[in-house]
Ligand binder design. Structure first.
Ligand SMILES: [Zn+2]
Ligand SMILES: [Zn+2]
Ligand SMILES: [Zn+2]
Ligand SMILES: [Zn+2]
Length: 256
């Protein structure tokens, strides 16, 4: 396997500057050298290994893919670039994510290849295409801590201002949603002196896209413990959250 990977990298290295895909003014380049081929389960995208085989969870035959670490806008997910920076459409700071990289014909969309080359139907040069991956984005969205939780969902908890704690749940594509059976509560608050005090403050669903709990007079730096049940028949999970400072929403810089 090591030999095969070394071979792939040698092959890829001298080919600098892959074809660009143009959609209006947006051009997307492929990383050079190309990321190595990896194997993933069609049913369990969190399974990614560097050799062929069967999924350890379900036994399906793994499929090949290339995963590229790229920078994208949290809102404009078609923006892909190789360097950090701000979104040319909205000015938001770009975030680092993992996307699947393949090559496709600009005319024959059904032609998809893991390798650059030419379209077998029209001989056009294939262009880089980036696809969103489950678990490709583990960036906090609201300045909090982002966790992957047991059922392949994600959790973010923030402490935006005094007394206020917010809880966000995201699916495996890191899109926010509201699991119907979710219950969550703060069970403990640690005083600045380090003394834990039990509390029982439930998180209530708001109309703003998050659950909120208020514990009077708790200010940053804050440490809380919470228990979250994601689905009605699920067990209750314990989390400790430390907020050295208040959580800040990502800044949106005005476009120049
Ligand atoms: Zn599987
Ligand atoms: Zn943007
Ligand atoms: Zn073609
Ligand atoms: Zn994940």
């Amino acid at each position: 396997m090591l030999h095969r990977r070394a071979f792939l990298l040698t092959l890829a290295a001298p080919l600098v500057g892959w074809p660009l895909v143009g959609r209006g003014a947006a051009f997307q380049a492929a990383p050079s050298p190309l990321p190595p081929v990896a194997w993933s389960c069609p049913m369990h995208p969190e399974v990614v290994v560097n050799e062929a085989g069967k999924c350890p969870i379900c036994g399906m035959t793994l499929e090949t893919l290339r995963l590229a670490l790229v920078w994208t806008c949290p809102v404009h997910t078609d923006i892909v670039q190789m360097q950090a920076g701000s979104c040319r459409r909205c000015g938001r700071d770009l975030i680092r994510v993992t996307k699947a990289l393949s090559f496709t014909c600009p005319v024959h969309a059904a032609v998809v290849s893991l390798d650059p080359g030419r379209c077998p139907r029209c001989r056009r040069t294939l262009v880089a295409k980036y696809s969103v991956r489950p678990h490709g984005d583990h960036n906090p969205k609201h300045g909090g801590s982002f966790f992957m939780v047991s059922n392949n969902w994600h959790l973010e908890v923030t402490h935006p201002v005094t007394s206020v704690f917010r809880l966000y749940v995201y699916d495996n594509y890191s899109k926010p949603f509201w699991p119907p059976g979710l219950t969550a509560r703060i069970t403990e608050v640690v005083s600045p002196a380090g003394a834990p005090a039990p509390v029982a403050v439930p998180f209530a669903r708001t109309t703003h896209g998050y659950y909120e709990a208020r514990v009077p007079n708790v200010a940053a730096p804050a440490t809380i413990a919470a228990k979250v049940r994601f689905e009605a028949h699920d067990e209750e999970y314990h989390f400790d959250f430390i907020f050295p400072d208040y959580s800040k929403e990502p800044a949106i810089r005005p476009k120049r």
